[in-house]
Design a protein around this ligand. Structure first.
Ligand code: TYM
Length: 338
């Protein structure tokens, strides 16, 4: 085994609705490149999804859809382990243990809980509050060393490192859990809404025009990009000027993310022009990327037996590895297992 294969990659996506270009650029694109070098596990985190209310039939369908999206985007299930979290019960078991390691003060600092719980914190599920300890369990169960995620998950990764360190110290289990490194691509780790360049693109935004979904057809993509907010100026000449125009900056980040062109190359190509040609070309680049993924997802969604076989095989492999780590953890903690 070469040394890169000793690096273990874990990441997850919630089955909470159609995935968007932010999920793709911020996370999935990196999964695809990492699978060739590392030992990878890609999970559909259904236990995380139920921290807010879910319709059971939709949850099931969305879970299949994330599996289909992983495969349609280019993750090879022969190379990487693809599975859903609830199928490997060790995730929930380790989450409980880590809840006892993690401090309430640490969870109180999590900005995503504050955003998601909104004004009615008292009414949020306690699962939503302790969500990051389940995420730490996902990662540490496989002793993952690298975690490709978007920028919004950075704080959860830092918490995971704190939990790992506290566990190692408290139980005098030096280096038992490696401290996982986030893998975050600078420019595309926070894709913003197409309607407001200061807000993150999100599945839960009420406006469908705020995001490009991986399920959008060509016409919808063109319509959304045409309506996307820009600025009342021509395309500037420098990156510094672009940085003051959040919506333009965001479209450039997306354009650069879906093509191999750097941001500065794109700025040079469109500077001094209005945004219509830029938007047309961006739409075409998006359609070129998304159309084949989109039609492959639809094809896979019609083949539930195949998706079931991937989930079954992936879950068995993940379970075998998870059980091994959990047995070590139980022993370290002092649980009797006969
Ligand atoms: P989730 O399902 O919200 O998002 C999946 C991935 O997409 C990234 N992402 C974005 N990246 C760039 N721009 C955006 N606008 C954008 N929106 C979302 C997210 O950062 C994420 O990488 N808690 C996680 C799932 C999870 C997980 C894990 C991740 C559970 N356990 C263990 C890594 C390791 C979440 O809710 O992602």
């Amino acid at each position: 085994m070469n040394s890169a294969k000793n690096k273990i990659v874990f990441s997850g996506v919630q089955p909470s609705g159609d995935l968007h270009i932010g999920n793709y650029l911020g996370a999935i694109k990196n999964f695809i490149t990492m699978q060739h070098e590392y030992d990878c596990l890609f999970c559909v985190v259904d236990l995380h999804a139920i921290t807010v209310k879910q319709d059971p039939a939709e949850l099931k369908n969305n879970t299949y859809e994330v599996v289909a999206t992983y495969i349609a985007s280019g993750i090879d299930p022969e190379k990487s382990i693809i599975f859903n979290q609830s199928n490997v019960s060790c995730h929930a078991e380790l989450a409980w243990i880590l809840n006892c390691v993690c401090r309430i003060g640490w969870l109180n600092r999590m900005t995503q809980f504050k955003e998601k719980a909104g004004h009615d914190k008292e009414n949020a599920s306690s699962g939503l509050f302790s969500y990051p300890t389940l995420m730490a369990a996902d990662i540490l169960l496989y002793k993952a060393t690298h975690v490709p995620v978007g920028n919004d998950q950075k704080q959860h990764l830092e918490l995971t490192r704190d939990i790992a360190q506290k566990f190692n110290n408290d139980f005098k289990a030096k280096d038992f859990f490696p401290l996982p490194e986030p893998f975050i691509d600078k420019d595309i780790s926070r894709i913003m809404s197409l309607r407001n360049g200061l807000e993150k693109m999100s599945k839960s935004d009420e406006s469908d025009y705020s995001r490009i979904s991986l399920m959008d057809d060509g016409e919808t993509i063109r319509k959304k990009i045409k309506k996307a907010k820009t600025a009342d100026v021509l395309m500037p000449e420098t990156e510094k000027e672009v940085n003051n125009l959040p919506e333009v900056n965001n479209l450039l980040n997306i354009f650069s993310g879906v093509t191999k062109k750097s941001k500065i190359e794109l700025i040079n190509a469109y500077s001094g022009k209005n945004f219509s040609g830029f938007k047309e070309n961006l739409s075409e680049a998006l359609v070129e990327l998304i159309s084949p993924i989109n039609s492959e997802i639809s094809k896979l969604m019609d083949d539930r037996n195949y998706l079931d076989s991937i989930i079954k095989k992936g879950s068995e492999k993940a379970n075998e590895r998870a059980l091994k780590t959990l047995a070590e953890i139980y022993d370290i903690i002092g649980f009797i297992k006969r």
